[in-house]
Ligand binder design. Sequence first.
Ligand code: TXA
Ligand code: MG
Length: 321
Amino acid sequence: MIGQDVKRAAALLKEGALVAIPTETVYGLAANALNDAAVAQIFEAKDRPAYDPLIIHTDQIEKIQHLVEEIPAPLKKLLDAFSPGPLTFLLRKKLDGISDQVTAGLPTVAVRIPAHPVTQELLSLLDFPVAAPSANPFGYISPTRAQHVADQLGEQVPYILDGGNCDFGLESTIVGLTEDGQVRVFRKGGISIEDIEGIVGPVLVNDVSASNPKAPGMLKSHYAPKTPIYVGQTSKVISNLSGKKIAYIGFNMLNFELPVEDQYLLSMGFDLKEAASNLFAVMRQLDQSKKYDAIVADWFPDQGIGKAINDRLRRASSEFQ
Ligand code: TXA
Ligand code: MG
């Protein structure tokens, strides 16, 4: 059920049950990260493969410090600059802390301090971190509203804590260090590369590429709607799809080759942050309406959070599957 009772959500998590939680990025499917039986239910509910590790969430870094090695200086700077917020850190874990089930056997654990006030309050009532992937069936678009979670995982999740529409609407940026100590962005997201470089200087960036699909955080099947989606070269794609019912996703300008009623513009005000917050909800709406044979989208300006929008479009696109 969907509700706003933070104390009830905390009690369920303490008992080892699953709770869907609102964050500023997307809704998460949370369980006590220190309870293996609870974490196992996350994998089961999402049908998620055991090799895909989870992010742990806490309201204060002090609460998880005994579970990880010392935070390297550049990551500490980023933590100070952007947490709480949509940035996830890959930290070396201590041997007897977070189980291999959470981290898929990796030596690092992903840690995030979400900024959403409802989840901040929830986490403040807990003395353990919660493991929480996005609250969608594995491989599908992440949920940005409580109802999205109810639609797909309502049967498996006893309580969905409603915190309204997610502000960012796409997942956190994931940062870590390479073997030789350089900062690497493993997944583009809510905090832009430019913002990160403003704090620590030039960073390495993992781009999604079909030749490297198995790097953690980079599974290519992520974020895909069931309706085929084609990104870029819209004129050519539209003529190849002639006779099919097509929806268009764009920034703020209508596509003159398609009927106006089939067009979904993500930000009339030309605001990339607003476009990001609408992207998944629109993809989901188009997919679930079953009205369309295909979705055609234009690339967004490749700057700021536009890079994360393009990353999600690329992963969702049919050419890439
Ligand atoms: O915004 C977010 O990050 C949301 C909210 C709920 O916090 N969570 C989220 O979780 O997107 P999930 O599980 O859908 O995506 C987490 C990604 C996965 O692709 C996983 O492979 C990667 O993080 N990941 C987790 N632990 C990792 C690790 N130790 N090393 C590398 N990648 C890791
Ligand atoms: Mg996910």
